[in-house]
Design a protein around this ligand. Sequence first.
Ligand SMILES: NC(=O)c1ccc[n+]([C@@H]2O[C@H](COP(=O)([O-])OP(=O)(O)OC[C@H]3O[C@@H](n4cnc5c(N)ncnc54)[C@H](OP(=O)(O)O)[C@@H]3O)[C@@H](O)[C@H]2O)c1
Length: 278
Amino acid sequence: MKPAIRKLALITGASAGLGAAFARAYAARGFDLALVARRLDRLEALGAELTKAHGVEAFAIQADLATIGVERLVLGAVAARGGKIDVLVNNAGFSIPQSFAAVPWERQRDFLMALVVSACGLAHGVIPGMVERGRGAIINNASLAGFAPGTPGHTLYAGAKSLAIKFSEALDAEYRAKGVRVTALCPGFTHTDFGRANGTQVAMDSSPRFFFQTAEAVVETAIHANERGRVVVVPGWHNKIAAALLRYLPDSLVKAVVRAGAEKYHLEGQAAAGIEQG
Ligand SMILES: NC(=O)c1ccc[n+]([C@@H]2O[C@H](COP(=O)([O-])OP(=O)(O)OC[C@H]3O[C@@H](n4cnc5c(N)ncnc54)[C@H](OP(=O)(O)O)[C@@H]3O)[C@@H](O)[C@H]2O)c1
């Protein structure tokens, strides 16, 4: 009897939050996993847990996605094990709550490398194989912020997330007919380690609980949307309303409201000193 063909999902930022939830969701669907992040111990622990629970193969790839050429390292590690990637989840991310020039340029550059360049590089690397096999899926984790105007602090965040949305739309236009489904996921507030990593957890905790979704709910919405061929998905009806308001209200009103709301997430000078740079 021919062995069953096993599918493989490559997930970046799988050591925490939404990435770990993507790993759990794809493992529950029977996918083998390639888990990417810097914290190897967390990736290995999650992999072992999911192998035990679902009988899937999971392997960890320790990589800093802010490194030039990291996509070659990551895809090379998968290829060395004979893996063919059926699903790519570009999820890894963080944000920088200070004003643009208040942190070293290298940190801003790392942001662009990790959230934009390596995500595009991974997609560039996996698409030819997906086209050849006539099937594949890419989920780019963007954000509701991708629809919003720029705010003080998190200077590059809205632009990077907007790029993730437009990039997904363009890839869909290019590759849907060749069997590749591409989805931009645009979550609002989600319970993860995001605020702890960038020093805005206190501000996040002061926002109404009602605005927050669980990582599991966001990920299920994303995977269903991708399976149905939806190109842009906003999880949660409160976020859908927010996205519609961002689109249809007058620009000046949107800017005023978004900036006022973003103020408490803008950390400056001493207030931002000592936050985890990760
Ligand atoms: N939480 C929210 O409210 C929210 C809302 C909208 C969009 N998002 C987006 O969701 C994605 C996941 O964030 P999250 O909320 O799950 O945050 P999280 O819990 O802090 O997880 C972030 C993940 O990204 C990884 N990562 C960060 N920098 C990296 C780098 N240089 N190289 C490799 N991996 C890196 C981290 O792993 P290591 O530290 O181990 O490397 C971690 O696994 C992000 O793209 C974020 O923008 C989040």
